[in-house]
Structures are given as structure tokens and as C-alpha cells.
Design a protein around this ligand. Structure first.
Ligand code: S3P
Length: 212
């Protein structure tokens, strides 16, 4: 019987890296937590939602952390948590949208994760988050402008960081999760010399964001 991917320290097809876990990255509101939950079930992995872990550790919501201790403190909490995950096995790590903006966090995740970026346009993200109040960075007078600005800053990082980019605009979370699970299994297959790499179905590389 073949071993599950997390116990096969082989060279993996699309990345050339060894990974035992899957990290979901991407902008606020793209659905990382929802997809992460479904993926964890599908893969039989444990979900680590970094925002939730930080809230549990701190005993307060992200908004309160930003208000009372500042964003820099929150970023330290993120960095500490990521460094602790170095020996993780069989985890789906759903990251906060700003986590991979710190190159050290990205470097740490790349040591052990297949990195999957969920992507949607600023307009769709705005529609998804406009009635939510728990994201301090979007409590701005013009949230859509803020989303466009932050996405413009972050898109190159997301694009460079991702092994796989998945557009989520026209898909429901279960379909996104199924697609990623398949990509993860494909990516876990040992590289066969001379074989073409599998192109993940429906993978999506966004163009540079439009300047409004
Ligand atoms: C942030 C995203 C949030 C949370 C915090 C900062 C960001 O997580 O970590 O509010 O910098 O993009 P989600 O991406 O889960 O909303």
C-alpha cells in the first residue's frame, strides 16, 4: 500500500521541494478558512487557521490586538507561529492575508508546504467583505480603494510565493477544495524524469492588478 503524501520525503513534481503540509495564502476575503476546512477534511489533515490560533493565544480578537498592541505586534505573533510550524506534518495552514508579506514567513512555509494562493478581483473581494467588521486593515473610509491599494502591493508577492494559483470567483468552496486536493496529490507524486509536469486544472495566474 502506498504511503500518504506526508510521509513520502521524495522530490515532488511541480515544485522540486519536499512538503508535508499545504499552506493557503491570499488576500482577505478570498475564502482561505472555508476552503481550508474543507481541504483538511478531504485530505485527512488538521486545519491550522493562523488568525484563530493567534486569537486563542492572546485571548482577544485580531481587532483588539491591532488596536491595543499595534499591527507590528500582530506580525510578531504571526512570525512566531510560523516558525513553530517547522516540524508540522499533515496540516492545512490557512494564513492571514498579510503573512507572506514577511519574506521570512514565506521562506519558513516553503520549507514544508505546497503553497496555494486563492485569488479574486478587488471588486469581488469587496462584495464578500463589505458587511464584515473584523478586519482592522479594511476599516477605512473607502474600503474598495483600500483593497485595491493593498492588492496592488501584495499581488507580486502572492504570485511569486504560490506554487499554484486558484481563481475562486466563479467556483464554490467545495469545488475549489476538491481541485486543490487533486493538485496536492498530483504534486505529491514523485517526479518521473522526462515526464511533463501536470498542469493543475483551472489553475489561474492573475495579471497585474489594474490601477483604478
Ligand atoms: C490581514 C488579514 C487577516 C488578519 C489580519 C491582517 C492582512 O486575515 O490576519 O486582519 O494583513 O491581510 P484574513 O486574510 O483571514 O482576513
Amino acid at each position: 500500500m502506498s504511503q500518504p503524501p506526508e510521509t513520502q520525503p521524495t522530490e515532488h513534481a511541480p515544485t522540486g521541494r519536499h512538503f508535508h503540509n499545504l499552506a493557503l495564502i491570499g488576500f482577505m476575503g478570498v475564502g482561505k478558512s472555508t476552503v481550508g476546512n474543507l481541504l483538511a477534511d478531504t485530505l485527512g489533515f488538521e486545519l491550522i487557521d493562523t488568525d484563530k490560533v493567534i486569537e486563542q493565544r492572546e485571548g482577544r480578537r485580531i481587532g483588539e490586538i491591532f488596536t491595543h498592541s499595534g499591527e507590528a505586534y500582530f506580525r510578531k505573533c504571526e512570525a512566531t507561529l510560523v516558525s513553530e510550524l517547522a516540524s508540522a506534518r499533515g496540516k492545512v495552514i490557512s494564513t492571514g492575508g498579510g503573512m507572506v508579506a514577511n519574506p521570512r514567513n514565506l521562506e519558513n512555509l516553503r520549507q514544508h508546504c505546497l503553497i496555494v494562493c486563492l485569488w479574486a478581483s478587488p471588486e469581488i473581494i469587496y462584495e464578500r467583505v463589505k458587511n464584515q467588521t473584523h478586519r482592522p486593515l479594511l476599516q477605512a473610509p473607502d474600503p474598495l480603494a483600500r483593497i485595491r491599494e493593498l492588492m496592488q502591493e501584495r499581488t507580486p508577492t502572492y504570485r511569486d510565493a504560490a506554487d499554484i494559483m486558484v481563481g475562486v470567483e466563479h467556483r464554490h468552496a467545495p469545488e475549489v477544495a476538491r481541485h486543490i486536493a487533486k493538485s496536492f496529490h498530483d504534486a505529491s507524486k514523485p517526479r518521473i524524469p522526462g515526464n511533463a509536469l501536470t498542469t493543475p486544472i483551472g489553475s489561474f495566474r492573475p495579471s497585474a492588478p489594474k490601477v483604478p
